[in-house]
Design a protein around this ligand. Structure first.
Ligand code: CA
Ligand code: CA
Length: 255
């Protein structure tokens, strides 16, 4: 009866999933509606920003301590990374005029002690400096020291809200619809509505996607089944946990 309840109470929202998009496979990692990855090669700030634009985004804008901490946890702090913060020509040195290349308002900064200092006389670009615990330094366009080049952190608005659990990516469908529309959307992304194979997976889905809305999952009852509990099956075809099969979604609690 538990699973019957899940399906019957789902009305509003829907969930889709896709296979093969787990963290690391294509280099992108998601955080709160955005996806991030490093530039493919080391270069100047301008070269890093150009690559970010090719991916449809910019060098990272960092809007909170939470985001800054997540970036350091995700990409490490043993190398320096360009971010999208720069100081336009003619700004008051050393701290005047800094802005985000995305155009977003500056609501958070995390300069290291004594920074920005315009040390070289042309420190007009910001980076997460290696070994500085996620604090920022102003450096010249081609990095500091002069001969060094760096990778940048690219940030792009995510098409779908997704999260990864045990190597499988789970995403919310971008709009509300009926069960069939949700499943069609899931198939377009290479997966199915979620198959849920354990209490742990179910709990993770609720923690991740919340419980203030209802979500479709991939459980349904074929026509002709014995009512109300007979014949229920997963649209993915799964009958038990299968680590190679796509599954995704979230649910309403029926415990
Ligand atoms: Ca400067
Ligand atoms: Ca500096």
């Amino acid at each position: 009866m538990k699973k019957v309840c899940i399906v019957v109470t789902m009305v509003l929202f829907i969930v889709a999933a896709r296979a093969g998009m787990a963290q690391g496979q294509d280099g992108w990692v998601q955080f709160k509606g955005f996806k991030y990855r490093l530039t493919t090669v080391e270069g100047t700030w301008s070269e890093a920003e150009a690559e970010a634009i090719r991916h449809g985004g910019h060098l990272a804008t960092i809007n909170s301590r939470e985001e800054n901490d997540w970036l350091v946890r995700t990409f490490g702090n043993d190398k320096s990374f360009w971010i999208g913060f720069y100081q336009p020509a003619g700004s008051q040195e050393p701290a005047g005029g800094w802005r985000w290349v995305s155009g977003e308002r500056v609501v958070y900064t995390n300069w290291d002690g004594g920074q920005p200092d315009n040390y070289t006389g042309r420190d007009n670009y910001a980076m997460l400096l290696s070994g500085a615990g996620g604090r920022w330094h102003d450096v010249p366009l081609e990095g500091w020291p002069m001969t060094s080049r760096f990778r940048g952190i690219i940030k792009v608005k995510a098409e779908l809200e997704c999260a990864v659990f045990r190597g499988v990516e789970y995403c919310l469908t971008p709009s509300e619809g009926d069960w069939n529309q949700a499943e069609a959307e899931a198939i377009r992304h290479g997966g199915h509505l979620a198959t849920i194979n354990s209490r742990e997976e179910n709990d993770w889905l609720i923690r991740t996607f919340g419980n203030d809305k209802s979500f479709w999952i991939g459980f349904y009852q074929p026509a002709g089944s014995q009512e109300p509990a007979g014949g229920w099956r997963w649209v993915s075809g799964e009958t038990a946990v299968s680590p190679t099969t796509t599954r995704a979604g979230t649910t309403t609690p029926c415990f």
